[in-house]
Ligand binder design. Structure first.
Ligand SMILES: NC(=O)c1ccc[n+]([C@@H]2O[C@H](COP(=O)([O-])OP(=O)(O)OC[C@H]3O[C@@H](n4cnc5c(N)ncnc54)[C@H](O)[C@@H]3O)[C@@H](O)[C@H]2O)c1
Length: 382
């Protein structure tokens, strides 16, 4: 029989509850639930009634020290991911943290340091959208140079619509103290991660962020950001939680081609026969009129159109299985935990740029960011 990794779920709210159910339903082939933990007495009552067979802990340290779990999935609010991750890794327990890795980079770096001092342990992060074969495909196309050097990338990801009731139904959400941000730290970490995974990290960030713009919240519900990659390439990242007709469109223009992704499902890959610079150089005065008069330029490229199906729940199961495979057989991790730092650094830079009203360089000064974040926490508490 296949060996199964014994896992403890820390935080059985919306997300942790879902993973617990997947495990109970036997949908994660190489994992079995060994314990659960939550500080909410209601959850304790709920699980005592529904699943008295699963050991329940109110304190995660007790669960880590129970000897029952060899791995944990950390599904608590964002601020606590690094702290709980550190405690788990220090006790030699394999750790999968939810996204985002944390709220501020200083905290995430501490977690990454402990993890790198324990290479024998598996440390992963729930970037479930990395399992979507579409993003794996375009990463490969770009890494292999098929569209050449990236000149510009844009991601409009406004399909994260959330009504006011979503914010009102939770105490920690959409507050500086409880969540540490809005769409940037809650919904958009998936795209911030994919964006950097596929296109790399920018060197500078300039942002326009709206706080409590269309929702009655302290944190951001809308932003437009300009990334500067330092080599001429730029990127634009737009996200919000109030566009009911939301868009999900990623465009990446390279000097040898272009990728356009719609709704994380459909992709068009155009490949130029020669680089745009070469085609440009080959044009003489005799060609200009035809170009200006709307010459069909499609003769210069071919287009490949692909469609991918990726089911939301199946993505999470795939990350859980990949995490367990890494523990059991050293199968490479699709989303190593240490990668979580990049998305947090991007989110910190976007916030800091808007707070200071100027362009900031990456990585931002971690102490300066924390000081500014703490100011907002203090103002909120007045
Ligand atoms: N990957 C995804 O698709 C995805 C989707 C939703 C949420 N998330 C992430 O999951 C995390 C949790 O989100 P949620 O929507 O499930 O929130 P939630 O509020 O529904 O659940 C959080 C749970 O953690 C418990 N908790 C808080 N502190 C704890 C502690 N110290 N020890 C034990 N339990 C504790 C709370 O009582 C609550 O039951 C967030 O970081 C969020 O970003 C990820």
């Amino acid at each position: 029989m296949m060996k199964k990794v014994k896992v403890g779920i820390i935080g059985v709210g919306a997300q942790g509850g879902l993973y617990t159910q997947f495990l109970l339903d036997g949908r994660v082939e190489n994992m079995e639930i060994a314990a659960i933990c939550d500080i909410d007495p209601e959850k304790k009552k709920e699980y005592a009634e529904k699943h008295p067979e699963i050991p329940f802990y109110e304190d995660y340290v007790d669960m880590l020290e129970s000897g029952l779990v060899e791995s944990v999935v950390v599904c608590t609010p964002h601020y606590s991911h690094p702290e709980i991750g550190i405690q788990a890794l220090e006790r030699n327990i394999h750790t999968l943290i939810e996204k985002p890795a944390g709220v501020y980079s200083k905290q995430v770096k501490e977690l990454n340091e402990i993890a790198s001092s324990k290479p024998e342990l598996t440390y992963g992060i729930m970037f479930n959208q990395r399992t979507n074969a579409l993003y794996q495909k375009i990463k490969e196309v770009i890494d292999q140079g098929e569209i050449g050097e990236i000149r510009r990338s844009n991601w409009i990801i406004t399909s994260w619509w959330r009504p006011q009731a979503y914010y009102d139904g939770s105490e920690w959400r959409a507050t500086w103290k409880g969540e540490g941000g809005g769409v940037l730290v809650n919904q958009a970490p998936h795209q911030l991660d994919l964006f950097q995974w596929i296109c790399g990290m920018p060197q500078k960030v300039y942002s326009n962020v709206k706080y409590g713009y269309q929702r009655d919240i302290a944190v951001e519900d809308e932003l437009t950001t300009l990334f500067d990659y330092g080599n001429g390439a730029t990127g634009v990242f737009i996200t919000c939680t109030h566009d009911l007709m939301g868009t999900d469109r990623l465009e990446i223009l390279g000097d040898k081609g272009k990728i356009v992704v719609d709704d994380s499902k459909k992709v068009s890959i155009k490949r130029l026969h020669q680089s745009e610079s070469e085609i440009n150089a080959s044009m003489g005065p005799e060609d200009v009129q035809a170009v200006v008069q709307g010459k069909d330029l499609s003769e210069y490229y071919t287009e490949e159109k692909l469609e991918f199906e990726s089911v939301w729940g199946a993505q999470h199961i795939a990350v859980l299985e990949n995490f367990a495979e890494n523990i059991l057989h050293d199968t490479p991790l699709l989303a190593p935990g240490s990668d979580g730092l990049n998305g947090v650094e991007l989110a910190n830079a976007i916030h800091l740029s808007s707070w200071l009203g100027k362009e900031v360089e990456l990585p931002v000064d971690e102490d300066h960011f924390l000081e500014e974040l703490n100011k907002r926490i203090q103002e909120e508490e007045k």
